[in-house]
Design a protein around this ligand. Structure first.
Ligand SMILES: Nc1ncnc2c1ncn2[C@@H]1O[C@H](COP(=O)(O)OP(=O)(O)OP(=O)(O)O)[C@@H](O)[C@H]1O
Ligand SMILES: [Mg+2]
Length: 313
């Protein structure tokens, strides 16, 4: 089983318009509500590929109930902790004319330390529980109310259970989380820059930063850079992959797709090179879908045939 934890999930309201008019009325051409949040995206990708996953995190109010129902409808096992307030609704407006996207993100409900304790209690029960968890993914921003050390704290507890932890977040929560030595991180260029406090321009900048993180005790550093070459780095090897050339529609969620497919491949017994290909193909397939939509399985399968990786060490 691959578990995901999303501390600040959302409902994403994807709206399509011809052209966004300021100070005037804009007609809505299309409107769709989708479950959102980075860990939830990872679970949805695994589910699309037929893998076993369970989604944890916090939900609140009617919006939170709706989110849980969406996942249930897709057949995704979920076990959220209910907190006071309302799960946030993020608005994503896409202009057909220009393809431009405007995102309006809400803050999300406040989470108290006692709520975090309840979550911890639930996810640490997994060790010898009914479904054994191989990987746990912590992804996305922290909700208001929780300290920057939250991921660090959670990772320390989960690692004790022998579960491999993947951390995908940004800024101070990432810096702190890395101190707990997760099994894997998957920053993009900007997240990596903030993590190592250095500009990342060239491929050797990426590799220098990755080496530093490995020496801090992380086993696997995957760096994705949108349409540019991605890297998979461990103490023993470095792989590079140029993502397939595609007509990008919206790459939102591509990184989450990478993580979901990568982990499912490992879970099914594939080696790192094959898992890296799965991640790259899933990221690219997700970039073919508008708004915050995730990949179609057929696109993933087609793109997977095209992906080639090279071992550079
Ligand atoms: N323009 C693109 N062309 C081809 N593939 C892409 C493109 N953008 C993203 N991808 C695929 O998706 C992977 C992850 O993308 P990216 O580096 O944008 O992740 P991210 O910034 O973490 O995204 P998010 O956090 O929104 O999920 C890339 O390594 C690549 O395989
Ligand atoms: Mg990302």
């Amino acid at each position: 089983m691959i578990a995901t934890v999303t501390l600040n999930p959302s409902l994403d309201h994807n709206i399509e318009v011809e052209e966004l008019k300021i100070d005037d009325v804009t007609r809505m051409l299309n409107s769709k509500l989708d479950p959102g949040g980075k860990g939830i995206n990872v679970s949805r990708i695994i589910n699309t590929l037929g893998g076993p996953t369970v989604a944890y995190g916090f939900i609140a109010g009617k919006e939170g109930g709706q989110l849980s129902l969406f996942l249930a409808e897709e057949g995704i096992l979920n076990s959220f902790i209910a907190v006071e307030g309302r799960t946030r609704i993020n608005v994503i407006i896409t202009e057909r004319k220009t393809g431009k996207q405007t995102r309006i993100n809400a803050e999300g409900p406040r989470v108290e330390i006692e709520d975090l304790e309840r979550l911890k209690e639930r996810i640490t029960r997994l060790g010898g529980g009914i479904c054994s968890v191989s990987f746990m993914v912590f992804a996305g921003s922290l909700p208001p109310g929780l300290p920057k050390t939250t991921y660090r704290d959670l990772i320390e507890e989960i690692k004790e259970l022998g579960i491999k932890v993947v951390l995908d977040t940004d800024g101070e929560p990432l810096k702190q989380g890395v101190k707990a030595k997760p099994f894997m991180i998957k920053p993009n260029t900007y997240e990596l820059q903030r993590l190592v406090d250095r500009e990342i321009k060239t491929e050797s900048d990426v590799l220098d930063a990755a080496e530093r993180l490995l020496s801090d005790g992380i086993e696997l550093v995957a760096v994705t850079r949108g349409g540019k070459s991605a890297f998979l780095v461990t103490k023993d090897f470095i792989y590079r992959c140029q993502p397939p050339k595609i007509k990008v529609i919206s790459a939102v969620g591509s990184g989450d797709a990478f993580i979901g497919a990568f982990l499912l491949a490992l879970y099914r017994g594939h080696g790192y090179p094959e898992a890296f290909k799965w991640g790259i193909a899933a990221g690219a397939a997700t970039a073919l879908v508008p708004g915050t939509g995730l990949m179609r399985k057929e696109d993933f399968e087609e793109l997977l045939k095209e992906v080639e990786i090279e071992k550079i060490r």
